[in-house]
Ligand binder design. Structure first.
Ligand SMILES: [Zn+2]
Length: 309
C-alpha cells in the first residue's frame, strides 16, 4: 500500500495542475467589460502614403538591454553582460546599418537603459533621422504592478528622464513587454502621447476605442511574429534567423500588396549579433529594391495617418 501511495504522490507532482479558468464563471457583462479597456476602432490606413508610396515601413527597436533583468532583481554579472551586449555591440551595429541605407527608425528605450548607457541617446540622435519613444522606467510590467498610481509614477519618471536626455518630450509609447494594464491607456492619454505601439488587433494603423468610446489614440500595431526574441538568442526556439526573415519578407510583401503598414520590432541585444544583423541587412536591401516604400519613424506614420483622415 505504501508504495502505491508514494507512486500516486509522485505522479500528482509530475502532472501539471490544470490552469484556473475564472472566465468560465463570468457573466456576459463581465466578459464584455474584460475586453472593454482597449479595443480596435476604425482603421487609419490612409488612401495614399506620402509621394504616392504603396506601403509605409516603420523599423523599430526596443532597447531593453539590462533593464528587464534589473526590474526582476537579477544581478548575475554573466546574465547582465549578455543584455549589455545590446549597448556595447548591438546598437552601434544597428545604427551603422541604418546609416548605410540612410533610413529612419524608432527606438523605444526604458529610461534605466539610458541611465546605464548615457552614450546611447547621443548616438541615436546623431543622424537626426531617428525617434526616441518611451518603453517604461525599468521595463516594469504594468499588469504585474496593477496599481494606477504606481504605474503613473514610473511612467512620468520615464517621460521626465527621456525628455531631459533628448530635449524633446517623447510622443510615442510602447509598453514594456508589450503589456497594458487596465490603467495604461488612460495614463498614456493623460500624458498626451500621440500614439501607442503595443497592441496587436490589426496589422494596419487603427484608433483605440476604450469602453466603446473612440480615444483619438493612434495604434501602430505590432505582433509577436514580427519580432525576434521568441525565436533567436537565449531561450529562442529557432536556431537560424533565415526562416524568421522569410516570414518577415512574406509579411512585408503582404503589406505591400495591401498598401498598408509594416512594423518590425527588433532588440539590439538579440538582433545586434552577427548572424541576425546580416539577415536584417539583406531584408532592408530587399525592401529598398521595391518601388514605393516609405520608410518612416513611428511618429511620422502616426502624424500622417492622423492628418490624412
Ligand atoms: Zn522591451
Amino acid at each position: 500500500m505504501k508504495s502505491i501511495c508514494l507512486c500516486a504522490l509522485v505522479c500528482s507532482l509530475a502532472i501539471a495542475q490544470p490552469p484556473q479558468q475564472p472566465g468560465t464563471k463570468w457573466t456576459q457583462d463581465q466578459l464584455l467589460a474584460a475586453v472593454a479597456p482597449a479595443r480596435a476602432g476604425r482603421k487609419l490606413t490612409p488612401h495614399s502614403w506620402p509621394n504616392g508610396a504603396r506601403v509605409a515601413v516603420a523599423l523599430s527597436f526596443d532597447v531593453d538591454n539590462e533593464s528587464y533583468l534589473l526590474a526582476a532583481g537579477q544581478t548575475s554579472p554573466t546574465t547582465l553582460s549578455a543584455a549589455d551586449f545590446g549597448a556595447q555591440s548591438g546598437l552601434p551595429r544597428i545604427l551603422a546599418l541604418l546609416d548605410k541605407y540612410q533610413l529612419p527608425a524608432s527606438f523605444f528605450i526604458p529610461a534605466v537603459s539610458a541611465l546605464l548607457h548615457p552614450e546611447m541617446i547621443p548616438a541615436i540622435e546623431k543622424s537626426g533621422r531617428h525617434e526616441i519613444g518611451v518603453h517604461g522606467w525599468i521595463h516594469e510590467s504594468p499588469p504585474a504592478i496593477n496599481d494606477a498610481a504606481e504605474e503613473e509614477r514610473l511612467l512620468n519618471q520615464a517621460i521626465d528622464y527621456l525628455t531631459k536626455a533628448t530635449g524633446k518630450r517623447p510622443v510615442g509609447y510602447r509598453a514594456p513587454g508589450w503589456a497594458f494594464s487596465q490603467y495604461t491607456l488612460g495614463l498614456i492619454r493623460k500624458a498626451g502621447f500621440l500614439y501607442d505601439s503595443s497592441l496587436q488587433a490589426m496589422d494596419e494603423p487603427y484608433e483605440i476605442v476604450s469602453s466603446g468610446q473612440p480615444t483619438g489614440m493612434v495604434e501602430l500595431a505590432i505582433d509577436w511574429t514580427l519580432t525576434e526574441t521568441p525565436y533567436l538568442g537565449h531561450g529562442g526556439t529557432m536556431p537560424s534567423p533565415e526562416l524568421l526573415y522569410q516570414l518577415y519578407k512574406d509579411e512585408f510583401d503582404g503589406a505591400y500588396q495591401e498598401r498598408t503598414l509594416f512594423v518590425l520590432t527588433l532588440h539590439p541585444h538579440v538582433t545586434g549579433h552577427r548572424a541576425p544583423i546580416r539577415h536584417l541587412d539583406q531584408f532592408i536591401a530587399y525592401m529598398k529594391s521595391k518601388p514605393g516604400v516609405w520608410f518612416a519613424t513611428c511618429e511620422q506614420v502616426a502624424r500622417y495617418v492622423k492628418t490624412a483622415q
